[in-house]
Design a binder for this molecule. Sequence first.
Ligand code: FAD
Ligand code: DHB
Length: 385
Amino acid sequence: MRTQVAIIGAGPAGLMLGRLLDLAGIDNVILERKSANYVLGRIRAGVLEQGSVDLMTRAQVDRRLQAEGLVHHGTDLSFDGDRLRIDFTDLVGRHVMVYGQTEVTRDLMDARQGQTIYEAEDVSLHDLDGKPWVNWVKDGVTHRLDCDYVAGCDGYHGVSRASVPQSALTTFERVYPFGWLGVLVDKPPVAHELIYAHHERGFALCSQRSMIRSRYYVQVPTDEKVENWSDDRFWDELRRRLNPETAEALETGPSIEKSIAPLRSFVAEPLRFGALFLAGDAAHIVPPTGAKGLNLAMSDVAMLADAFIEFYGERSSVGVELYSARALSRIWKAERFSWWMTSLLHTFPENGPFGRRIQRAEFDYLAGSRVAQQSLAENYTGLPS
Ligand code: FAD
Ligand code: DHB
């Protein structure tokens, strides 16, 4: 088999890249280790920046997003019960859209024209400095795909980054001593907008998927086990971290999903090794506090698709050569913002009383400074690429 671009991974990065290449008439094949249903079953991000919404429009997959997505003009921060609304529209003239990653993935899967091979096991990459090819095993049979380029869109634990010699890669990492325990519930959201709450017992987030489905998170230690959290324990802990009126208004019910995600900041540099390009979580991880993971994956593949379109359309390698530097410039700004939001809102026991006072001062500064609020709003709604 032969294709122009072999895409590893059918998460949002791989599927969006495949869609943009399909629309440009560039042949591509996606190889995904799991089944389509497994990919759709993963509950992850929920907030789309304007740039990601625009990309869905460019990819002609925004019909449901426009009909069902919820426009959010602001968000709430809460610190020990004191509330501060960040009004994105007033501050920077932009907004975000609440639309789940599962829905983005479903829309892209439904629109897919090129070939996607699900349950492709043991994917391996070869001859990345020469004439690249990819191997995989399906139903016990080994297959081979020759290509011009490989796009590594296979997430943090994927084979693409692992195929690069360690000496060719510099990695930067911060692992936080906590994770997020998330619960999905079929109840209306507690508030119209999201609430990011700092409390001495730990961070909490009130998010949503629709007018009748809510997503809530609480900070838990890294080694916490989801089995230790009954629904009742989760709701009690969440209420304790919210201000009394919000806690009172919270509608609870049986969880339809419950999982723990570790928090990590990670960047690999560069993003290109010969014919291999890394994009999305394969290249970088942000802690989820700034809602950037999915959005960064989208902006990476928009740049990568444009580079391939330039290469095949104009026979110019400029975009391909510049992809790594261009994408990394945006990635590091999102890394900074995600680290900053995480530092402001979580409890870091090792930072002691001094650290908490600094967090309080940061919150008070935000509350009193329109300029500081503008900076938050500018980053949260998405920096230009
Ligand atoms: P992924 O979505 O990870 O997709 C990669 C795909 O590659 C997967 O389908 C995987 O099965 C496949 N794959 C892996 N290895 C191979 C292989 N060897 N061969 C073939 N295929 C392979 N972001 C937020 O903004 N907010 C959140 O609340 C949030 N929650 C998260 C919770 C969890 C548990 C995780 C892991 C991430 C979360 N994120 C969140 C981050 C966000 O979901 C990711 O940034 C986003 O999924 C990145 O998309 P991607 O396509 O790059 O990677
Ligand atoms: C959600 C996740 C986030 O990381 C975030 O910052 C906002 C919302 C969510 O899953 O809804």
